[in-house]
Write a protein that binds this ligand. Sequence first.
Ligand code: PRX
Length: 703
Amino acid sequence: MAKKKTSKSTKSKKLSEAQIAVHWKEEDIVHPSPQFVAQANMTDPGIYDRFSLDNFPECFKEYADLLDWYEYWHTMLDTSDAPCWKWFVGGKINASYNCVDRHLPKYKNKAAIHFVPEPEEEPPAAISYQELYVRVNEFAALLRDFAGLKKGDRVTLHMPMTPELPVTMLACARLGVIHSEVFGGFSGQACADRIVDSGSNVLITMDGYYRGGNMIDHKVNADIAFEHAKKQGQKVDKVLIWQRYTGQYQSESKPVKGRDYIVNDVLKDYVGQRIDPVKLPAEDPLFLMYTSGTTGKPKGCQHSIGGYLAYVAGTSKYIQDIHPEDVYWCMADIGWITGHSYIVYGPLALAASSVIYEGVPVYPDPGRPWRIAERLDVNIFHTAPTTVRMLRKAGPDEPKKYNYHFKHMTTVGEPIEPEVWRWYHKEVGKGEAIIVDTWWQTETGGFLCSTMPALQPMKPGSTGPALPGIHPVIFDEDRNELGAGAGKAGNICIRNPWPGAFQTIWGDRERYVDTYYAKYCKDPKSKDWRDWPYLTGDGALLAEDGYYRILGRIDDVINVAGHRLGTKELESSALTVGDIAEAAVVPVVDELKGRVPDIYVSLKPGVKDGKAVQAKVVKAIESEIGKIARPKNVYVVPDMPKTRSGKIMRRVLAAISNTLDIGDVMTLANPDIVEEIRVLVQGKEKVAIKKGPEDIERFGDEG
Ligand code: PRX
């Protein structure tokens, strides 16, 4: 697929208004080693023919057959409720059974999970498949008989990175209870919004966990979440609290009588219990995962049992190249989709040993990940460009001090700069490991684009071709297709449904259709999947060799450290500070995190103390959303640059924050304010204008 040598500049052809110019140099390709190819799960180039559009949708039987089914399906793909696709209809399955029980005959004594606590003096703990089976069963019994949960109920989890999280997820899956895990670093308020939206009556949390050398009091967030949910009309009846250390309660906030229960105390009544996995329709929901969109409210992406599990099992096997004998470490958080798909469900479906690390990668020093890799003999490693940048900056020479060997590495979540890619390859991978740059989203359940590691060479900075069975198309605003080598970027869409795709937005089908399908749908009444290309919301272009390069979001979502934050959400939390009249959030390039938010605020008349307001804004954002959203700068400005119709020109602010060309502002209602803000941010002296990354150049461009 890739040509041997691809070092030429992308052709620059005449662009229409709706198209996006790109200027970048092609990179040289890197081939996988013969040793890697010799052991790889997928070495048959015929897979792409088997998964061609001609063989769609039956091709996905190959993935579904990686699972155990109670009953086989009668309909591979049901499109009758387009674009809410149903896969494997008629099939009966259980995800917990597939990730645990079915491995017992062969692997009961093998580690399912290696838990690595952050304090280094606390040794890693291996949990065998047999032990996982026992814990999942006992907790499922508690959920059913003590918490009263049953098939179809939603339960919110707000849990950190400890083995109790996958135990909880798999116990829910065993019963058909829909779990909705909220990233542990999110605030109690953010958790409350998700409790309310999902209609959960039970919250499962933990007393505390280690992060950066401190025991974080986490239970306090449950109290905040409870109160905020109650105010919004959602009553949580029970809060179940796992303990980081059994019998040693870590939180300042004492359990509330009749509401809060320490799991380890209640579990005593369920010792030895076994719960038959519920035989569930394949298209029943397995979990919700909330993600940010352009409007304030997070969207609960609803993932199915059969389609999702088949897709993550297949992609874990072929793209991650997981074999049961591998030690696989995905250093993401289970609170994001990456952790759901590629720490828990995918690897465990394949009987892998999956590492869960509790803490921050550079604690107590940047050699920590490599010591973990050496000690556990990890051979597959998976992380985000942000972490790679951080480790490169803090300890560029650390990896070579440790005796570990990766055969395979993944990058995910945001574009990786070729420079950073090369360090990852040479230093972390010791020149031996292959790298897959996997492009996908919370909505897509699993990977969309990546090289097939033994079949295609790597190209730094490009994700690669589409996965088998994924058929992308790049459209410009006028629905013209931008083909290979067009030298122009557009909106990357997927032509066909695939089993891993989310089914809908929880409780909001209309928003699902509007956000992901309306733009390029040929006929809203059509029941034919060909009429419903899926809009990813990313800009991308396709090189002549068939490799996609992803430029980032085309909507006003900021990708911070590989995770999407809605600018509207940030703005509305800033506006909870009473002194503020207006707020505008823009992305700014950050050396480590890729993008971080800059916030511009204007004050209400009479408010004098700008410094105090800045501190209040940071605090509001941290408590409403979480520290991950902390702004780089909060600028107090006399007024916002506005169009004559009163719209804030975020494009202008983004240009100022990133020292890009501000362009013509004479049509604004208040053009003079632009220079005033520029001086405030950049200083009096004119600074040299840079060329920015495409997502920032385009930010706030409302056409
Ligand atoms: O813009 C793309 C970027 O991350 C977005 C998805 O974010 P989220 O739903 O939080 O899921 C993160 C983990 C999959 C995408 O729309 N993105 C993801 N992977 C890549 C990427 N951008 C470039 N290259 C990638 N490999």
